[in-house]
Every structure is written in structure tokens, then in C-alpha cells.
Design a protein around this ligand. Structure first.
Ligand code: FES
Length: 517
């Protein structure tokens, strides 16, 4: 019985998944060409194929306990048909879910292999088979294409894939028949698990680069392959690689989210910083090609009827301006307060004045104008929701004024661009155990190492960027155990929920943690 389950389950699922993947790729010839030219894209491409058009459409499960799902009560012992394709196109998890995007940074969160104790036993074998099969076709038959044809799908609710897929190619154009052909490099080793973050870089061209204030470089980026860029919501940021895979920095998107042709970012030159902004200022011109990842959003507007107060400090205006613009378009009540040291260092001042009129207040400290948080908050209604982006000192000032005013701490939503300053001494650390509930790995995090370092040393790829608790890139889900949060990404209310942590800096408060990897 087990052998039948393994042989049949492994055969149908992998052949359908590979056929669906080949069909997806050949239906997107530009993507197919990219995969043929760069085998490091095989792993991200297979993951996106599994998400977008996997081989399991739905699967049967029985509830082990009563649960209420989106207001629907499901008793224990109920028989369910879980529509996996629907989950894999959930817009709350996968932005623009019907778009086929091999550089989507969370494709591997698909449920095609199931989840939890009964997830597919052979998922990494399946991944490997698909990468080798599609990789060999890409290497040997890059000129293959998909002729028009009727497709007949198996009449089955669970397995999904065409009975046959006809492809065609001209054998005289096979690479090995071309003059001067020399044996190509073998395929890279198949990647097991989620794709490496560095393989998800999206090439973009800098269309223009302009100085828009003192030390402020404004860039417009367009996709290098001519495709529309992924959609994004106000508050989103992208990671830009600064000359190497290892050095990337995050910049808020500050253009119109409806503009899918291009993204715009503004980069403040910070000579004292860790080198990313300096590299971009020195090296980026119109025509430069960059690699970016994302977009991601840790600073989205939450649905509310309450009035909104936007506070921006310096370059922190970049995410705030998209949030304020969204509030303006929706005719939501809001105010926008923007402070900087010098008027010359204020980006978008005129555009903001024009768009927001008397809802905008600016403060230039070199002119003796200071934002008085106590006074500002005293004028706000009790249910105000505050969105603030700027240096840590500004956020601390707002937090203190909120306490004085008696506002709940979860009314504050923040994005912070500079280090907290409270660097922890490794001498204060203690070792702890970590159990990975999905993979079953049990690891020890020594006092002198971070959780992120230990995960990577054990082949668990977790993306990272700042590695200082600033950016949220290294977030992992917490299943059990108390966390000592040392980042400045999570809000107090999110820390209390104890559902996520930043693996680069946060640690177990006690002896043990369970995380959902
Ligand atoms: Fe930025 Fe961890 S890598 S918060």
C-alpha cells in the first residue's frame, strides 16, 4: 500500500507539475529565454510554476478539531475539500496573484506540497526532478516552442495537468549542431527548499537619475526585459543590490502605485552609513542596470474609519507621501507633518504642498521650527491612527508624547531608517535551542551566534538585508516560546502577539523556541 502511494503519488504529481511548468514557461517566451540563459533561475521558476499552476488542484482532509474559518464554523471530523489552487492565488499572500512572476519573493509559500505533518514526503525530490528535467530541456532545446493545440485535462478534482503537451523545435537549430559549439557547463546543483534570495534579483534599467535636493538622488527604474513591473501598495519598499549580491539596501517606492511601467525611489547620500547609498550615488546614472528584489510592504495602511496623522522626518517622507496620497484620493480625513534639518534637504516639498494644501505642515529645524509632538497629539482625536517614518529619535519622541496623551500604543505604525543605537553586547546573550516545526530540525544557537547564522549554516535559507533589526527581511514565524525582540521593525502590539521575530538579532527569552520553518 505504501509503495503504491509513493510510486503513484510521486509519478502523477511530478509529471503533471513538470508539464504544467513547461507549458507556463513556453507561454511566456521572454521568461523561457531568461531561464535558458541563466540556470540559476531554474529554482525560482519552478517554485513560481508550482504556485501558479501546480499539479494538485484540491485535496481531501478531515478536521481534527472544531475551527471557525472566516466566520464559518467547521466541526471536528468534517470532511473538507481544500482548494489548493485558490490558496495559491490568495491576494492577501501573493500580490497580483494571477501574474506569472519567477522573481516573486514568496512563491515558495505555495501549498502545492501541502503543509504541516502531512505535507508531501517527496517535495524536495519533486523539486529536484523538475529542475533537472526543465533545466536539460532549456539547455538542449532553448528554441523549443508551443504550437496551438487543444488541451485535454484529466477529469479529476485533485490532479491537474494536460494529458499531452505537444512542443516543437527545429533540430537543425539544436545548439550542439551549431558551428563552434562547445559543451556547455553542466546544470548547477538542484536547489532544495525555497530559492536563494540572491537568485530573485530582478534586472531593472535606470531610465533617469536626478538630484532632487541636497544629497537626494531620485531614480526611475523600468524592467530590463520590457515586462510590466509587479503591482505594489503605498508604503512598499524594494531592495536594491549595491554592486554585489551581498550588499543591498531598502528604499521606499515613492511614485504612483498605478504606474506599472516604472518604479521611483529617492536615495539620501549618507556618507556615515554602511556604504549602500554611497555606492548608488557614485555609480548610478541613466542607463545603469541594477538588480532589485521585492516589493514588500511592512508599512501598509490598515483599514480604518479613524482620522490619520502622517509624520515624516527627512528622507522618511518617501513612504509617507504614498500613504498620504492614498488617503487624499480616498477622501479620508488626514494631516501630514514633515520635518527636516534644512529646507534644501526636503524632497518633494513643492509637490506635497500642491497635493495636500493646508493639510500639510512643514518644519525646518535650521530655521528654529520644531515639531512639538505633545502639542500635535493634544490636537488629535482619541481614535487617531499615526503613521510615522523617520529617525529613531523622532519615533521615540512620538511614542513618549502618545503615552502622555494616553493614546494606545497600537495606534502608532512606524518605519525606521536608522539603527536603534542600542546594540546588544554578545556577553548578554545565552545559548538556546530552536526547533523547526516544518522540517523537524533541532538546532542550538550559541551565545555568540545569531539565529539567522545558525539557520543558514544548516541550509535553511532565510533572506536578510540590514542584519541589524531594521528592515524585516529576515522575519521568521514563531510557533512557541517567548522571544526577546531586539529589532525595531515590529510594533509593541506585534511583539505581544509573539507570532514573528527577526532572526538576525532577536533571540529566545528562555531556553527554547519553536519556529515555523
Ligand atoms: Fe533586516 Fe533582520 S535582516 S531585520
Amino acid at each position: 500500500s505504501m509503495m503504491m502511494a509513493i510510486i503513484v503519488a510521486a509519478h502523477e504529481t511530478t509529471t503533471f507539475a513538470s508539464t504544467n511548468a513547461l507549458k507556463m514557461l513556453l507561454e511566456h517566451p521572454r521568461v523561457w529565454r531568461e531561464v535558458c540563459e541563466d540556470p540559476s533561475l531554474l529554482s525560482p521558476a519552478m517554485e513560481e510554476c508550482l504556485r501558479h499552476n501546480g499539479s494538485i488542484g484540491s485535496w481531501r482532509r478531515r478536521t481534527t478539531e472544531a475551527v471557525t474559518l472566516d466566520g464559518v464554523e467547521i466541526p471536528a471530523g468534517a470532511r473538507l475539500l481544500l482548494v489548493v489552487h485558490s490558496a495559491n492565488h490568495d491576494p492577501e499572500v501573493f500580490g497580483d496573484p494571477d501574474r506569472f512572476d519567477i522573481r516573486r519573493d514568496n512563491s515558495a509559500s505555495h501549498l502545492t506540497f501541502g503543509f504541516g505533518a502531512h505535507q508531501c514526503l517527496g517535495k524536495n525530490l519533486g523539486r529536484m526532478e523538475m529542475q533537472i528535467m526543465i533545466g536539460e530541456l532549456a539547455r538542449r532545446l532553448p528554441h523549443m516552442n508551443l504550437p496551438p493545440q487543444p488541451l485535454e485535462y484529466v477529469p479529476n478534482l485533485s490532479f491537474r495537468g494536460p494529458q499531452h503537451l505537444r512542443v516543437q523545435w527545429d533540430p537543425t537549430k539544436n545548439p550542439e549542431r551549431q558551428p563552434g559549439f562547445s559543451q556547455r557547463e553542466p546544470l548547477p546543483p538542484a536547489r532544495l527548499g525555497a530559492p536563494l534570495a540572491r537568485d530573485l534579483g530582478r534586472p531593472v534599467n535606470v531610465v533617469w537619475a536626478r538630484e532632487v535636493g541636497e544629497g537626494l538622488l531620485h531614480l526611475r527604474l523600468e524592467s530590463a526585459n520590457g515586462d510590466l513591473l509587479p503591482s505594489w501598495d503605498p508604503g512598499s519598499h524594494i531592495d536594491i543590490e549595491c554592486g554585489s549580491h551581498e550588499l543591498s539596501r531598502q528604499y521606499s517606492l515613492c511614485s504612483d502605485p498605478n504606474d506599472r511601467e516604472g518604479w521611483e525611489v529617492t536615495i539620501l547620500r549618507e556618507p556615515e552609513s554602511r556604504g549602500g547609498s554611497e555606492w548608488l550615488h557614485q555609480n548610478v546614472r541613466a542607463g545603469t542596470q541594477l538588480r532589485v528584489r521585492g516589493p514588500r510592504n511592512h508599512f501598509a495602511l490598515e483599514p480604518t474609519e479613524a482620522p490619520l496623522l502622517f509624520i515624516a522626518g527627512g528622507i522618511g517622507v518617501t513612504p509617507i507621501l504614498t500613504l498620504a496620497e492614498s488617503a487624499r484620493r480616498q477622501e479620508h480625513p488626514y494631516e501630514l507633518h514633515y520635518c527636516a534639518r534644512r529646507a534644501e534637504a526636503m524632497a518633494f516639498r513643492e509637490e506635497l504642498a500642491e497635493a495636500h494644501g493646508d493639510r500639510l505642515r512643514t518644519y525646518v529645524s535650521s530655521r528654529g521650527e520644531r515639531m512639538d509632538f505633545d502639542r500635535l497629539l493634544a490636537e488629535q482625536p482619541d481614535d487617531v491612527q499615526i503613521y510615522a517614518c523617520g529617525p529613531i529619535r523622532m519615533i521615540e519622541g512620538i511614542t513618549q508624547a502618545m503615552r502622555q496623551r494616553g493614546l494606545p500604543e497600537d495606534a502608532l505604525h512606524t518605519e525606521i531608517f536608522s539603527a536603534a543605537g542600542g546594540v546588544h553586547d554578545a556577553a548578554d546573550n545565552h545559548p538556546f535551542e530552536v526547533e523547526l516545526t516544518v522540517s523537524g530540525l533541532k538546532l542550538t544557537v550559541p551565545a555568540e551566534s545569531s539565529l539567522l547564522t545558525v539557520l543558514r549554516a544548516n541550509n535553511v535559507d532565510v533572506p536578510s538585508d540590514c542584519e541589524e533589526g531594521l528592515c524585516g527581511a529576515c522575519e521568521v514565524p514563531v510557533v512557541e516560546g517567548e522571544v526577546e525582540h531586539r529589532d525595531i521593525v515590529l510594533r509593541p502590539v506585534e511583539r505581544k502577539q509573539n507570532q514573528r521575530m527577526m532572526s538576525c538579532c532577536s533571540r529566545a527569552a528562555g531556553e527554547k523556541l519553536k519556529i515555523g520553518l
